[in-house]
Design a protein around this ligand. Structure first.
Ligand code: TRP
Ligand code: ZN
Length: 869
């Protein structure tokens, strides 16, 4: 490490001394020497200042001019360019040269698979030209692109096309103009040869918007679902949020080499092809739903992110938490609200809660950042969305929408803060959010300890709620939060007992605001069963000593589907936890018959829909189970989860088999009830794989399948049950699909997640599979990511080989793509959660990485935090 990377602090925010109001970009695209001419209109903001620092990274500077004259007063630093003796208002011209062909980081301008593409969020624009690369500098952009015409017939950028023409030696040019001022992170340029799917959308006020999706040649038939999802998004945002699209064209480009899911560049989204391409042969139902969600997410950013952007990167959750909330609502309005909520809650209770206990713990609005790319986290996105959702719960839809309206009235066209958003919600609703604001600054997962007392003389129920938030790596002391706590009471006949206080009906949403608080409900005629934290009304852990009977009761009688599912999860949690302790004491796994019966009841229920039954039957992941313990015992957890699954398979074999055979579908459709039925049928298959007929039924399922959902389910079942037929099925799949990396990702993921002994050797061998490449982030995440995250027993093998494998890979990725490296390292950071021997082995690898002399900022920040005592 030549120079220690410096941290930035939220408290140090300062508006810039100069701003840029217009930027005219001119690109001459050449693989290894692209010329970029940037002409800015610059204006002094703070009287007296006459110098300006422009961010820049890896640029070769050719020319600096001010008002048309060469400007000698500048100095290049490792981080950028200092200009001095500046006038108060001027035109700045900067010419830089860059090398897109050599750019493997996939940040800035890069050439991959024969197409040029940019990724500028968060701080990638500085790899294109020297600039005020910060989100509070909003400029109107024009972009002129020149390139070889036959190799790059499409030259795209933000806004509207305003000119084009031919050049010498087979080159051509196109010019774009974006009428909306924007920060540099929303800039995009794409040049290549694609197939184009074109459609249109007429907005509510009658404007026609051209919609264009660009995909690799030959993939046109795989873009239709993305187009449908885009039109649904545009309509939904008008209906639910009163927001209309604001340009004449909306373009999406799908690329195979992309660090994340997708990017909301104004008028020109760039997508990981995983979130665009789908047909029934290549994509699973989960893929279809993921495309709908991500297309929605990026489209919704046009208002929450682009029209109102972030003042500084510490405010990232302003756009991301809110936009995730919006995409979750979109998916819930179009599909099953309960299934969507269950998925989101699984993400919170598993990976997000784990992040809170890791060295990277941070509030949804971080205070300190070294590498911004490290803060595109589950906390900022998913917990950020939960914080918005709590406001929605406290205000209700009507007042929440009034708040949204006021937010846009106040901040449209500007760069705002999280505080601005909360203030708009507060002012529009009249509801005091003073204490609520702590959710933005306090990290960690609060714990609610609840006890209840029923008094049959006074007919009162007393709920006593204690809250505390355990210390996190970043923050020792915690204060009580304002927690919306949604409860409901049930009588033994299953009827709801109205919540009353002093004879008056009160809301189901209790306001827990102190470290200890008591709620007394009257007119409770009998000892009730209490449904708590309904809809996961706050991102907290709930502790309450439920009996098995109460949970089994709620699984049947709770009025909403989420609460039924959650009761099932709590019942499983109780017994899985007890069994882990049993196994650690050398005893056998034991699951009471009543527990199995409760799940049998769900399987046989004619009231629940298929998708929900499938969710109920899905055991919590090994990672989520690990979160229930102070020291994670991967082997005991694996043994107990496996034995529980096996026990259910044995005891419920007849039910699984009956449902499996009754649900055979003939034609593939992605209608929501068809998806639900496939999901239940494939859940049954996963259990049946563990019975005597496992090999036969799974092989037949594979052979009979007419869609990727069923095909992938057969492979997954064979993989997890370690069936004899596994090898042949995997081989057949690879033979059929090895030309298609996106499809092969499913296969690599199974290789990575293979629980069999010796799986690591196989993972290493698959790195030379013709479809694999460490240069491609999707492939890397599928194989290596799955091994490190979804294969605890093998990744945490006692000899440390799993840890060594990961750090060998990180050493390579540190050079080629630090952003991908930094996402992959997460499981290694959590070493303190394991036993002493594993801790030592994991720490060895972190120390080995810390010694690299060209350690990227991304890894530096995480490793340093992890190794700090
Ligand atoms: N803003 C993007 C989103 O929410 C995510 C994003 C941030 C991103 N940085 C990125 C995507 C880098 C790709 C590469 O969807
Ligand atoms: Zn986003």
């Amino acid at each position: 490490m030549t120079q220690q990377p410096q941290a930035k602090y939220r408290k140090d925010y300062k508006a810039p001394d100069f701003t840029i109001t217009h930027l005219d970009l001119d690109f001459d695209l050449q693989a290894s020497h692209t010329q970029v001419i940037a002409k800015s209109r610059v204006k002094q903001q703070v009287i007296g200042s006459d110098s300006m620092f422009l961010d820049g990274d890896g640029l070769s500077l050719k020319r600096v001019e001010i008002n048309g004259e060469a400007w000698p007063h500048f100095e290049e630093t490792p981080e950028g360019l200092v200009l001095t003796q500046l006038p108060t208002e001027f035109e700045l011209l900067i010419e830089t040269h860059i090398d897109p062909a050599a750019n493997s980081s996939l940040e800035g301008l890069y050439l991959s698979d024969g197409a040029y593409c940019t990724q500028c969020e968060a701080e990638g624009f500085r790899r294109i030209t020297y600039y005020l690369d910060r989100p509070d500098v909003l400029a109107k952009f024009t972009t002129k692109i020149a390139a070889d015409k036959s190799a790059f017939p499409f030259l795209l950028s933000n806004g509207n096309k305003v000119g084009s023409g031919e050049l010498e030696s087979g080159r051509h040019w196109v010019q774009w103009e974006d009428p909306y001022a924007k920060p540099s992170y929303l800039f995009a340029l794409v040049a290549g040869d694609f197939d184009r799917l074109a459609d249109s959308f007429t907005t509510r006020s009658g404007r026609d918007v051209a919609l264009e999706i660009f995909v690799d040649k030959g993939n046109l038939d795989r873009a239709t679902h993305a187009m449908t999802s885009l039109k649904n998004s545009m309509k939904w945002d008008e209906d639910r949020f009163d927001l209309e699209y604001d340009l004449d064209i909306y373009m999406i480009v799908a690329v195979d080499f992309f660090n994340m899911g997708a990017m909301e560049n104004k008028g020109l989204n760039v997508f990981n092809s995983k979130y665009v391409l789908a047909n029934s042969d290549t994509a699973t139902d989960t893929d279809y739903l993921g495309i709908e969600a991500v297309i929605g997410h990026e489209y919704f950013h046009n208002w929450t992110g682009n029209r109102v952007t972030c003042r500084d990167w510490f405010q990232l959750s302003l756009k991301e938490g809110l936009t995730v909330f919006r995409d979750q609502e979109f998916s819930s309005d179009l599909g099953s609200r309960a299934v969507n909520r269950i998925g989101n809650v699984r993400t919170m209770r598993g990976p997000q809660f784990a992040e809170d206990r890791s060295p990277m713990a941070h509030p949804i609005r971080p205070d300190k950042v070294i590498e911004m790319n490290n803060f595109y986290t589950l906390t900022v996105y998913e917990k950020g969305s939960e914080v918005i959702r709590m406001m929605h719960t406290l205000l209700g839809e009507v007042k929440f929408q009034k708040g949204i309206k006021l937010y846009f009235e106040r901040h449209d066209g500007t760069a705002a803060t999280c505080e601005d958003f909360v203030k708009a919600m507060e002012d529009a609703s009249g509801i005091d959010l003073k204490q609520f604001r702590l959710w933005y600054s306090q990290s960690g997962t609060p714990v609610l300890d609840v006890t209840s007392v029923y008094d049959d003389e006074s007919n009162t129920l007393t709920l006593r709620v204690k809250q505390h938030t355990p210390s996190t790596a970043d923050q020792k002391d915690k204060q009580p939060l304002m927690i919306p706590f949604d409860v409901e009471l049930y009588a033994s006949d299953g009827n709801v007992i109205e919540l009353q206080c002093n004879g008056e009906v009160v809301s189901n949403v209790l306001h827990v605001a102190e470290s200890e608080q008591t709620f007394v409900f009257d007119n409770v005629g009998e000892q009730p069963v209490i449904s708590m934290l309904r809809e996961f009304s706050a991102p907290v852990t709930l502790h309450y000593a439920y009996s098995d009977e109460e949970l089994a009761f709620l699984m049947v009688h709770a009025r909403n589907e989420f609460a039924r599912w959650d009761a099932g999860q709590m019942l499983l949690a109780k017994h899985i936890k007890a069994n882990v302790i049993r196994v650690q004491a050398g005893e056998a796994v034991h699951i009471p018959e009543e527990v199995v019966d409760a799940f049998r009841g769900v399987l046989l229920s004619d009231q629940l829909d298929a998708a929900l039954i499938a969710e109920v039957m899905q055991l919590p992941s090994e990672n989520e189970i690990g979160g229930w313990f102070d020291v994670v015992d991967v082997d005991a957890i694996n043994a107990v989860r496996g034995a529980t699954k096996q026990h259910f398979a044995n005891e419920l074999a007849d039910e699984f088999s009956a449902i499996y055979h009754s649900l055979k579908q003939m034609e593939y459709s992605i209608a929501h009830d068809a998806i639900g039925q496939r999901s239940l049928r494939n859940m049954c298959l996963a259990y049946l794989a563990l019975t005597e007929q496992g090999d036969d039924i799974v092989s037949a399922h594979y052979t009979d399948s007419n869609n990727m959902t069923d095909t992938a389910a057969a492979l997954a079942a064979a993989n997890h049950a370690e069936l004899a037929s596994r090898a042949a099925l995997m081989q057949a799949f690879s033979d059929k699909w090895q030309h298609d990396g996106l499809v092969m990702d499913k296969w690599f993921m199974l290789q990575g997640g293979n629980p069999a002994q010796g799986a690591l050797d196989n993972v290493k061998a698959q790195m030379s599979h013709p479809a694999f490449s460490l240069k491609n982030p999707n492939r890397t995440r599928s194989l290596v990511g799955a091994f490190c995250n979804n294969n605890p027993v093998n990744f945490h093998a006692k000899d440390g080989a799993g840890y060594e494998f990961l750090s060998d890979i990180l050493i390579q990725l540190n050079e080629s793509n630090p952003q991908v490296a930094s996402r992959l390292i997460d499981p290694l950071l959590k070493f303190k959660r394991f036993d002493q021997d594993r801790q030592a082995l994991m720490r060895d690898q972190l120390e080995r990485l810390a010694l690299l002399d060209n350690l990227a900022k991304d890894l530096y920040e995480k490793i340093n935090k992890a190794l700090e005592v």
